[in-house]
Design a binder for this molecule. Structure first.
Ligand SMILES: NC(=O)c1ccc[n+]([C@@H]2O[C@H](COP(=O)([O-])OP(=O)(O)OC[C@H]3O[C@@H](n4cnc5c(N)ncnc54)[C@H](OP(=O)(O)O)[C@@H]3O)[C@@H](O)[C@H]2O)c1
Length: 312
């Protein structure tokens, strides 16, 4: 079958690879739509320690149909699922642990579902962890990104007042339509004004410190990504200096979420989606053969929302 492999040069190439063989507790999924995220860019570059490395197939999230087979629970056979393999999703088929399959509502469009996908679980999980409540002021860094557009919508749907940090007037306008009450252009005004109950940060990098300083008493800062790089050595000093504010620094990675909690989080995402409180924000779709172009689009920061690969 065809798959997108990371080569020694750290470029990607569409290559013929052996069919995956599901092991015990795994299902074979016929892939329809593939999510492309910044984490794939990091895997290509060699910056994601979880990716198996050169010669491996990229891809952590797909929507597709489960093939019947020994070990596949009856209720999953032939069903459409959101699958989260540990790698191997940029392909025609992938073998996935059964406990990493989430049910897709009947009639839902596979591209929309992959548009929610892993990013919705990160956004929902991070906000859940920060105990976002109605009336909270929430700041989202990296708001136009795959995770950010969903965090903006979910926080808004939960009754929070959302400030989105982004980088252009066009992105700002779109974020307002997704529920942001306020938008800050990081390229112009520098630092957001005001104070916040929750900061959802998918960027990290050298500006963590100044955003930590925006927390209100009892505020929660959730670090869940790092497109801006590693924070400086004194980034977390405000936590100690402002000890009297009882602020909390939380980190959130989907890798540490147990299957049962993933399922509950997915149910909350699907319920919001069904109610119209959440929509997939789709950037562009590319055929699998154009995976390098799709990765370049994500890496360049030009995308708004989810980049998707399709078979064909
Ligand atoms: N926690 C988890 O479980 C988990 C799971 C998957 C991915 N991740 C990580 O989460 C991060 C975000 O992923 P994503 O898919 O949302 O990325 P993305 O789609 O590339 O979006 C990131 C956004 O960050 C902003 N940005 C980019 N470079 C920046 C910089 N130097 N300084 C400030 N802002 C910058 C851009 O938004 P604006 O132009 O609007 O500012 C960009 O759209 C990545 O580090 C990824 O590895 C975490």
């Amino acid at each position: 079958m065809r798959a997108v492999v990371v080569e020694a040069s750290r470029e990607v190439a569409v290559t013929e690879v052996p069919e995956p063989v599901p092991g015990p507790g795994q299902a074979l999924v016929d892939i329809e739509a593939i999510g492309v995220g910044y984490v794939d860019v990091m895997s290509r570059r060699g910056d994601d320690p979880h990716f198996p490395g050169v010669g491996s197939v990229l891809g952590l999230e797909v929507v597709g149909r489960v093939r019947a087979g020994s070990g596949v629970p009856e209720e999953l056979a032939g069903k459409r699922v959101l699958a989260q393999p540990c790698s191997g999703g940029y392909a025609e088929r992938v073998a996935v642990d059964v406990d990493r399959l989430l049910p897709v509502p009947d009639g839902a469009d596979p591209v929309e579902v992959v548009g929610l996908g892993l990013n919705a679980l990160v956004a929902e999980g991070a906000l859940h962890r920060a105990r976002v409540a109605p009336g909270d002021r929430v700041l989202v860094r990296g708001a136009s990104g795959g995770i950010g557009v969903l965090a903006t919508q979910i926080a808004h749907a939960r009754g929070a007042e959302v400030t989105a940090v982004t980088s252009s007037p066009e992105k700002a306008e779109r974020l307002r339509t997704l529920g942001a009450a306020e938008v800050v252009d990081r390229t112009r005004s520098g630092r957001p004004g005001g104070t916040y109950d929750v900061v959802v940060d998918t960027v990290a990098g050298p500006r963590v410190r100044e955003h930590l300083e925006l927390l209100r008493p009892n505020g929660r800062y959730v670090l869940c990504g790092g497109v801006g790089g590693v924070p400086g050595p004194d980034a977390f000093e405000p936590l100690l200096r402002d000890f009297h504010k009882s602020t909390a620094l939380l980190t959130f990675s989907l890798n540490s979420v147990m299957p049962e909690e993933r399922r509950r989080s997915w149910e909350r995402v699907v319920a919001l989606f069904a109610d119209g409180g959440l929509s997939a924000v789709l950037d562009r779709s590319f055929p699998l053969a154009d995976a390098a172009v799709a990765l370049q689009r994500v890496e360049s920061g030009q995308s708004f929302g989810k980049v998707v690969l399709l078979q064909g």
